[in-house]
Design a protein around this ligand. Sequence first.
Ligand code: BGC
Length: 368
Amino acid sequence: MSTRSSDRYGPSSPDRVRREPFGTTADGRSVERFTLTSSGGVTISVLSFGGVIQRILVPDRDGTRADVTLGYDTLPEYEKDKSYLGALVGRYANRIRGGRFSLDGREYTLAQNAGGNSLHGGARGFNKVVWSVEPFEEGSDVGLVLQHVSPDGDEGYPGTLRVRVTYRLTTDGALVIDFFATTDAATPVNLTQHAYFNLARTGSGDILGHLLELGASRFTPVDASLIPTGELRRVQGTPFDFSTAETVGARIGADDEQLRLAGGYDHNFVIDRQGATDLALAARLTDPVSARGVDIHTTEPGIQFYTGNFLDGTVKGKGGVPHRYRSGLALETQHFPNSPNEPSFPSTILRPGEEHRSRTVYHFVVRD
Ligand code: BGC
């Protein structure tokens, strides 16, 4: 299989892409770390393990850079991680009810790794594989092409799935993430990036004071096991209304059944969009103190907003600082949870001869 990096992009220069060893997994796989630097002041570090975004350095209103993503300093910590910190998630991001679905008259069983459901690809999802990674430069952009082949039957999913993800950093502070996949048998595919943000600085406290705006007038309410009921509910008049900027914490403790079921926000929002495939605004997040912001645009129909309700301070992250309750939040662009069992949701089934394509852009900005 040709790597697009060599066909389309020029070779990378060492000052803009640093490539270094990052250790060896417990089962002997070598892992590298790639650090991309853009002239606009944003630096990201990416691991070949899990395609993890380990570090995102972003300037504040005074130009002071801080790392705004949760993660770890070492590979063994990423191997043990159960929170999907910074990782690429697949084959199916989010939950599939009972770890079961049927497709073209056949029943498939997946690992039930989250309260009887299958979560984020199963026991060993794309977050635990070592991706093949090649850096590239294209004009003033710098980036990485990550590739992985998921074999037929992997975690119970049918078909050989060839996945390619590109991370491209532009000079104006945008990280453009493109997902591609092809298969030789019909299979569900739902890929996402699972970065947790704390725009004040990772390890600095909770995210309840961040301002959030979501481009969504509806969300998908869930049952007690966090599987959507199938309803698309209007957010208006509920604590789920982020159609204008509101702090994350303003209503998180409200007396609301959906907040109680998930222990906070852990819900998929339905992105308002003109066309099915345009890049639409999904989320705008701001730390009002530092003025660091991130705008998220996507071609996906949904975004999971998760306030780190399962982080409990028992696991230490970078610099030995525990990942405390709600110390980071994830905004995961994706198709809706449990789509293979919910015919009314946009389909996640990829068939032979088709190409899965999806784009998400994180644009890091200083908010005036
Ligand atoms: C899910 C949470 C889950 C977390 C795992 C999120 O994407 O929405 O329910 O606990 O991933 O870290």
